[in-house]
Design a binder for this molecule. Structure first.
Ligand code: NAD
Ligand code: UFG
Length: 344
């Protein structure tokens, strides 16, 4: 079965590409390389042992997407393409609404016209805003604190409306918690442009000596050690979650309809726990300084991941030490090599 991955050259898309190929699907990529490099394609070929089908283009190009779906008899689409920097979305909201909301509207129009109505969508734990309690189940109230998060919420609502309008649509909405780590080969991973916003890439850059110390954003939260608690999930587990979602959508699993599930481990780890685990995995010191709280941060955010287990038979299996080990392998390999683009 041929599966189209929009944004498939990016961090999560590239790992999912490998997992889908291993599961017997034939994935193909549509990417405009706005946040990735075509260099990843050769690495995907090395990992899968087959030529990689990839089209350079914008997901908002209805004619292009429609032609791809028809020409390659695409059975389902996994929609990763989009921008993901929360701070940038506050500074440039229209850029985010255009690409993240406009992009999926165009994609759905192209899919509808080509009679392909099965989609997996990359949503986020950001739709829970500041959760009333933890662990978070899928029926928690949704809210948003920035245009990026608002865009995810709007996309989820649009999919629900479309599903009501035509019962032929099948949607798997996957709410990712905090994806980290890299492929165990060290060939693909995440390499954010500029100063990393996210904890794990920042810690990795401190460990490798690229940055002097980590700023810990607040140690006065109501958490065991006062630092923020998150549900870090290995990107390989996340990739396996997409395979399970597609299998359910295409083979009548999960009750034969659409579903929305959390993809997390169900365990929370504090910033200082991540620092210690990374020190263990790398054998390097990660110096840190306690700074003020970061605007918009919540104290704790971790999933109740039992619905995905029940519906899809999927569970995360990798631990924080596994995530740090693979992030470190990747970081040590790319350190010092020229970076052609944001994610590689
Ligand atoms: P990424 O930036 O590495 O990958 C996104 C890919 O989409 C990139 O290769 C980029 O070039 C491509 N792209 C962007 N706009 C495009 C367009 N208009 N047409 C074609 N290609 C386009 O990001 P990622 O971390 O792999 O995230 C994938 C998805 O998962 C995004 O939708 C993101 O919002 C969502 N998500 C990510 C996280 C996270 O922490 N990484 C958490 C929750 C949800
Ligand atoms: N943190 C630091 N120092 C840093 C970076 C982060 O102390 O330099 C702390 C944060 O304060 C937070 C924790 O590390 O307590 C995790 O922060 P991240 O930025 O790595 O992740 P967030 O949970 O804030 O947000 C991420 C994505 C969002 C997404 C959310 C849920 O950036 O887009 O996960 O999926 F919505």
């Amino acid at each position: 079965m041929n599966i189209l991955l929009t944004g498939g050259a990016g961090y999560i898309g590239s790992h999912t590409f490998v997992a889908l190929a291993a599961a017997g699907f034939t994935p193909m990529i549509l990417d405009d390389f706005s946040n990735s490099s075509a260099d990843v394609l050769a690495r995907l070929e090395a990992l899968t042992g087959t030529p990689v089908l990839c089209e350079r283009g914008d997901v908002a190009d209805v004619a292009l997407v429609g032609a791809l779906i028809a020409q390659h008899t695409i059975a389902a689409v996994v929609h990763f393409a989009g921008f993901k920097a929360v701070g940038e979305s506050v500074a440039q909201p229209l850029k985010y609404y255009r690409n993240n909301v406009g992009g999926i509207i165009a994609l759905l129009q192209a899919m509808d016209a080509a009679n392909c109505r099965t989609l997996v969508f990359s949503s986020s734990a950001t739709v829970y805003g500041d959760p009333a309690s933890v662990p978070i189940t899928e029926d928690f109230a949704r809210s948003h604190t920035n245009p990026y998060g608002h865009g995810k919420l709007v996309c989820e609502d649009m999919l629900a409306a479309l599903g009501t309008s035509n019962k032929a649509w099948r949607f798997g909405v996957l709410r990712y918690f905090n994806p980290v780590g890299a492929h165990p080969s060290g060939l693909i991973g995440e390499d954010p442009a500029g100063v990393p916003n996210n904890l794990m890439p920042y810690v990795a850059q401190v460990a490798v000596g690229q940055r002097e110390f980590l700023n810990v954003w607040g140690n006065d939260y109501a958490t065991p050690d006062g630092t923020g608690v998150r549900d870090y999930i290995h990107v390989q587990d996340l990739a396996a979650g997409h395979v399970a979602a597609l299998q359910a959508l295409l083979h009548g699993g999960a009750g034969g309809g659409s579903f929305t599930v959390n993809l997390g481990t169900g365990k929370g780890h504090s910033v200082l726990e991540v620092v210690r685990a990374f020190e263990q995995a790398s054998g390097k010191k990660v110096p840190y300084r306690i700074g003020p709280r970061r605007a918009g941060d919540v104290a704790q955010c971790y999933a109740d991941a039992s619905l995905a287990a029940r519906l899809l038979g999927w569970r995360a299996t990798q631990t924080l030490p596994d995530m740090c080990r693979d992030a470190w392998r990747w970081q040590s390999r790319i350190h010092g090599s020229p970076r052609p683009a944001a994610s590689r």
